[in-house]
Design a binder for this molecule. Structure first.
Ligand SMILES: NC(=O)c1ccc[n+]([C@@H]2O[C@H](COP(=O)([O-])OP(=O)(O)OC[C@H]3O[C@@H](n4cnc5c(N)ncnc54)[C@H](OP(=O)(O)O)[C@@H]3O)[C@@H](O)[C@H]2O)c1
Length: 303
């Protein structure tokens, strides 16, 4: 008897922090095909800044699900490259949505806490008013809206402060600086939730698994969901946990945002409320400190 062919899942941005983890966490649910900006042994080449190439890729792969983990994520650089950030984070989403409708393929997409202005003092819910402070957040919000308005079947997972064992992220940057410098200063007046890319990828796989096997209808579950590590901290608190884990000589000191000028403004408070994803999918993200300790245990001692 012939066995059923596994479904094909397309992961766009499979070389990024989240995309790389998705390649593994989705692999028990189907054949996972990855794309990256520069093709390598594990992925095909796709440049989202060239929207006309997206149709060719989707037509070639014929996936049952598209997971878009690609994005222009350089928050400060985006202020000078707003056209490119908008092309990748917004225009490409309109095209992806259009193709998804045409070919009847659902999309799971990621967005960010930077869609909020950060003036709240309570965790942000999905229905709260957005108000991005910079080009990155504006382009991501425009991408959310482009996907929503496309008519496709979609889920948007808004997350925050993503770190992991590879890629460019706060955890790896801090470890490098703690080894290189005598003192590192980190802002202590921006509060948010660190999120381990691995758990985000595993939650994505759980969501897709539930949609398929509980036969959930997209009209019932389609929406924006907040998903980040539980609890909250400042960048300084995040750095403290990393610092305590190693035996660094480097001193760590808190600093105010005003004394650490960056090109792009960042929300002072961007804690996300995970209640909706808990109630809909039964996904409970662990406390950020517990996840960070697990991730640190996965990394070699000093790199
Ligand atoms: N990082 C965070 O702190 C954070 C926080 C909140 C939300 N998010 C969201 O979470 C998602 C995943 O983020 P991440 O941290 O995994 O990002 P990441 O590590 O920066 O990876 C982004 C990926 O997008 C790819 N990419 C960039 N430009 C592209 C283009 N023109 N065409 C195709 N691919 C392109 C990159 O390819 P190359 O590797 O080849 O450059 C990279 O693989 C994004 O939607 C992001 O906005 C991230």
């Amino acid at each position: 008897m012939l066995s059923k062919m596994p479904p094909v899942i397309l992961v766009i941005g499979s070389d990024g922090q989240v995309g790389w983890e998705l390649m593994r966490s989705l692999s028990t649910l189907g054949t996972v095909v990855g794309t990256s900006l520069y093709a390598n042994a594990a992925s095909l080449r796709l440049d989202l800044a060239q929207p006309q190439t997206i149709a060719t890729m989707i037509d070639h792969v014929r996936p049952s699900l598209i997971v878009n983990a690609a994005a222009y994520t350089a928050v400060d650089k985006a202020e000078q490259e707003s056209d490119l950030a908008t092309a990748i984070n917004a225009t490409a989403l309109a095209e992806l949505g259009h193709l998804a409708v045409k070919m009847n393929i659902p999309i799971i997409h990621y967005s960010t806490d930077f869609v909020f202005a950060g003036t709240s003092h309570a965790p942000y819910q999905e229905t709260d008013l957005t108000g991005p402070l910079g080009v990155y957040g504006q382009s991501k919000l425009a991408g959310e809206n482009a996907l929503i308005n496309s008519g496709a079947s979609w889920i948007i997972l808004r997350t925050s402060w993503v770190y992991g064992v590879r890629g460019q992220n706060f955890l790896l940057t801090m470890r490098r600086l703690f080894n290189e410098r005598q003192q590192v200063q980190v802002v202590n007046d921006q509060v948010g939730c660190p999120t381990w890319s691995r758990l985000l990828a595993e939650a994505t796989a759980q969501i897709w698994c539930q949609i398929q096997y509980r036969k959930l209808s997209f009209s019932d579950i389609q929406g924006i969901y907040h998903i980040s590590g539980a609890g909250s901290t400042s960048w300084y608190g995040f750095a403290q946990t990393i610092h305590q884990h190693g035996n660094y000589r480097c001193r760590l000191a808190p600093i105010a945002s005003v004394d650490y000028p960056a090109t792009a403004a960042r929300p002072a408070y961007s804690v996300l409320d995970n209640t909706k994803i808990q109630k809909t999918f039964g996904i409970f993200m662990p406390h950020w400190q517990q996840s960070l300790n697990q991730c640190l245990a996965d990394l070699p001692a000093h790199n």
